[in-house]
Design a protein. Structure first.
Lengths: 279, 274
């Protein structure tokens, strides 16, 4: 019952709304005329649509690549046995558990033009002579939210990949060492292939998570300046809740549903493989 | 042996450096929250407050009064609603293994992938009709939709490992289904139940999307939305904003310290286990 009301209904309702001219007055009058595909036609005519879609792809791919690579690097490092390993590893989870809005707020401060630590650090090591307007320039805004999102996502990648590495039998590494494999070869020919099912799960989940990202962008740039860091999520929000054109917002939502569901199916398949591999 | 130990210590040092770098932004929240309005404008930015000031916290508590209560209501409400639905559902799904169960789990996992903005869009229309947009339950129910699939998956994975014989023995002793659930299943899966409840709380407490879209009552605005509006204002009072941020992070920090193993359990089980 709950599933029916709270999952199937929203999807159905969203799809229905995307075919209606659903505006603020609809809530008062209860009328939302059926307009067929007109909302989608209107979407395509917005230049914002193209830029938001492109930003979404850049944001997702950028987040995935860096979160995964850094997460994997840390996971391999934390495979070593050393004092305080567990404590330090769980401390790293903190950014993942905190409200995303809080993380966003601190990055606004870190990226501050005149008083931010990021510019101070870049200036001190001589990388830049002029402070970078991270949040105020169209050129840097998307990079800023990307960096913040990568930071938030690293713990998740670390934990899951570390779990995956821990499941690989130690004998395999010993055997490889005896055969004369160095650290890189052990990673390349033992860890990497055996970690593949888990890696796929992490990456696909990563896509699903980044497609949902809303709080990070809203708290740091609100999609701006202009639409420089707008993704389909934040743009859909603006269409619905700022322009009060719920039909248009729902049309953007439809696109997100289709893409997420597609990756959802890939996730379920790769998850089954990971479960089989761990058996 | 000493060489191995030595290498271990070296790794600890590197690990500490990694943690310090990655958690630097969190340190910075605390750092700024303890400064006064003048010191935050210094250049270079001070790495420790030149003069520790609690003004930020005073202002934060003075302003945050109602938002703090609202966040607690959303957090606790989400836990209650989620556990009421998810615990029996997880048990049922762990006992019955029919085609329907498989299909149900499939839909549940797929439902997890729907972006929140889609939910907000359509739930807004629904709750507007019900005239719920100024009530706590609208946001709580929306948060619950996010927390339930995760809770079911985590708890079901655990309940699957409860030996069938244990339950059969209880039934022979005359225990009804409810009694088996309450006295055997829930106590035995305590770890998973606690993990699910903790995450439900964090969902409700940290939620921003639903709180900003589905609530129109200024008295029911949670901390997250308060912080968001604060960041957007023209002259940001950084010490009090960061003090608010510290307050908003307290539950996550407590959970991590008090329930470390549950957190790891929850994360891993939610992602991989079938």
């Amino acid at each position: 019952m709950f599933v029916a009301i709270f999952y199937l209904y929203p999807i159905a309702k969203n799809v229905a709304m995307s075919f209606q001219s659903y505006t603020a007055t609809s809530f008062v009058t209860g009328e939302a005329p059926f307009v067929g595909l007109r909302n989608f036609g209107r979407l395509l005519n917005f230049s914002d649509f193209r830029s938001s879609a492109i930003n979404t792809v850049i944001f997702s791919v950028g987040s995935l690549v860096f979160q995964f690579v850094i997460g994997l690097g840390l996971a391999v490092f934390f495979q070593k046995r050393f004092p305080l390993n567990g404590v330090l590893r769980s401390l790293l989870l903190l950014p993942w558990l905190m409200p995303v809005i809080v993380s966003g707020a601190i990055w606004v401060r870190l990226f501050d033009l005149d008083h931010g630590v990021v510019n101070f650090a870049l200036h001190s090591i001589g990388l830049v002579s002029q402070p970078i307007p991270w949040l105020a320039s169209a050129q840097w805004a998307l990079v800023s939210v990307l960096i913040a999102n990568i930071w938030i996502g690293i713990p998740f990648n670390l934990v899951i990949l570390h779990g995956g590495l821990a499941a690989i039998p130690a004998e395999l590494y010993e055997a490889a060492s005896i055969d004369g494999a160095n650290a890189w070869q052990r990673f390349r020919y033992v860890s990497w292939p055996l970690l593949r099912p888990v890696s796929t799960v992490v990456l696909v989940l990563g896509v699903i998570y980044t497609l949902r990202v809303f709080d990070v962008i809203m708290s740091i740039t609100r999609g701006g300046p202009g639409n420089a860091s707008q993704t389909l999520n934040t743009w859909g929000y603006q269409l619905s809740f700022s322009r009060l054109d719920f039909g248009l917002g729902a049309a953007v939502g439809d696109i997100l549903i289709v893409v997420s569901m597609a990756f959802g199916l890939v996730y379920l398949r790769s998850q089954r493989r990971a479960a089989e591999a761990s058996r | 042996m000493t060489r191995v130990l030595g290498a271990g210590r070296g790794s600890t040092v590197i690990a500490v450096v990694i943690v310090l770098v990655l958690l630097f932004p969190l340190y910075w929240i605390v750092n700024v929250s303890l400064m006064n309005q003048i010191d935050i404008l210094r250049s270079p930015p001070p790495f420790i407050p030149p003069q520790v000031s609690l003004d930020g916290y005073r202002a934060a508590f003075a302003e945050a009064g109602t938002t703090l209560t609202s966040s607690l209501v959303y957090g606790v409400g989400t836990v209650i609603a989620t556990m009421t639905i998810a615990t029996p559902a997880a048990y049922a799904l762990s006992r019955l293994t029919t085609r329907v169960t498989v299909a149900f789990l499939f839909v549940l996992l797929l439902a997890q992938t729907i972006p929140g903005i889609v939910m907000a869009n359509s739930l807004y229309a629904l709750f507007a009709q019900l005239r719920w947009l100024s009530s706590y339950q609208a946001v709580i129910l929306a948060d619950t939709t996010i927390a339930v699939p995760f809770a079911i998956i985590v708890m079901r994975a655990f309940m699957l490992s409860i030996p069938r014989e244990l339950i059969e023995a209880a039934v022979i002793d005359g225990a009804g289904p409810w009694r088996v659930f309450r006295s055997i299943v829930v106590p035995l899966s305590r770890n998973a139940v606690v993990a699910a409840a903790l995450f439900a709380f964090l969902f409700g407490w940290g939620d921003f999307l639903f709180a900003v879209t589905l609530n129109a009552d200024a008295h029911k605005v949670p901390l997250t939305v308060g912080i968001y509006r604060f960041v957007g204002s023209y002259s940001v009072a950084w010490p009090s904003l960061m003090a608010l941020a510290v307050i908003a992070s307290v539950p996550a920090a407590i959970l991590l310290v008090a329930a470390q193993r549950f957190v790891a359990t929850g994360l891993t089980a939610g992602a991989i286990k079938e």
